[in-house]
Design a protein around this ligand. Sequence first.
Ligand SMILES: Nc1ncnc2c1ncn2[C@@H]1O[C@H](COP(=O)(O)OP(=O)(O)O)[C@@H](O)[C@H]1O
Ligand SMILES: [Mg+2]
Length: 452
Amino acid sequence: MTVADIEETYRPYGGNSQLFTSKQPELILSGPAGTGKSRANLEYLNYWAMNYPGARLLMVRKTRRSLGESGMVTFEQKVLHPAQGVRFYHSAQQYRYPNGSILAVGGLDKPSKIMSTDWDIIYAQEATELEEDDWETCTIRLRWGGLPIQQMIGDCNPAQSTHWILQRARDAKTEMLETRHEDNPMLFNRDGTMTPEGERYLSKLDNLTGVRYARYRLGLWVSAEGMCYEDSWDPKRNRINGYHIPKEWPRYMAVDFGFTHPFACLWAAIDPDGRIIIYRQIYITKRLVEDHAKDINIVSGWFHRLPKDHPRYKDSPAEWADPLPRAIICDHDAEDRATLERHLSLYTTPAHKSVSDGIQAVASRFRAAGDGKSRIQIMRDCLVEKDRDLAEGKQPTCLEDEPEVYVWDTRQGLKRGDQPVKENDHALDALRYLVAYFDLVPSTVKYSQRIY
Ligand SMILES: Nc1ncnc2c1ncn2[C@@H]1O[C@H](COP(=O)(O)OP(=O)(O)O)[C@@H](O)[C@H]1O
Ligand SMILES: [Mg+2]
């Protein structure tokens, strides 16, 4: 194919344009945030679907839910044109083209649906979220034979320097195409000057710190340094796929207040082995505590706790409602606590806030116990709503984004282990309060503590 074939509405530049000419069986577009990687992959899929009747294409992410928030939106809003007559079929989870081509979508957390059939091209969005096994399982399924090529393609922002994708590229199993912000015409004019959108977008990325700046602004594959949870946090071990939690497992909540910084609320269940399972979270900026209280009531199914004039108010909780938490462990801000209590009609418990022992306690729960599992498990995609501003600026948007950027303060003669930098710690603080409640607060204090 020549680039001219698709140029009428879209034109790829730099590394993105190499995708359209390379015949490698495995290709990954790597680069900082917003260089046009996903757009290029989606345009590529659309090109094949349009021009080869009967093509079978698949787009995956680690979870199906995350795909709905990202890849599908760009595909529908930017890539497809109404005149193409492409429709999304919900029950089959696929876009169907009038010429018989299909583009299916799926999550690798539920692989049986998508991995039981064969495909021509599989596109993995945010491929760094995948395990190498996921990637290889996909490649085995590339044998439909409807196109002159079979390809496994993907895109990602750089991750740690030991990541399997980088290793695979070094081993020449996968071709890695580097992309730059200058490749995206929305950000840079062809003469190399920045567009107004480029100025706005890149100034957001310039606010990042540490490893996120290196990866999302500069596009470097670097590992985090000086992480407080360096020896304990392991996303592979500490995150799990979602499942339904039995009603009888005790529930707890933990809250860290914030307005300019994110407000974080974690829902936890304690499994029969005493593990903390984080099964839902709010992580959002610029919202008032009383509005958080309403959101908490709604997502917990406590419709009867909403104000009577609220459109979602009901006189009883939902059938699926969460059991009431045994404790809501909170940051100390007296006014915020009082507001939350008033709007939830529930009491809160002030957190045990000392930092060093709290970090130690969380770290020991992140580590593998005798059974190989950690004593804290965070369900994938359990975020209620993604904060758009944070997501656009590539700031952490959820609990599991924080450990990599939560680092020891080594300024002014401080040593690792003394105190953390007070950044990227919102949901981690809530988690620390929760863990301290179980592992650090003596039960005599715990049960007498209601007063502030
Ligand atoms: N060649 C291009 N022409 C026009 N718009 C583009 C082009 N490449 C990217 N964009 C737009 O720039 C934005 C960011 O692109 P995206 O593919 O999401 O970036 P990435 O996946 O690298 O983070 C999207 O709105 C996309 O439509
Ligand atoms: Mg992308």
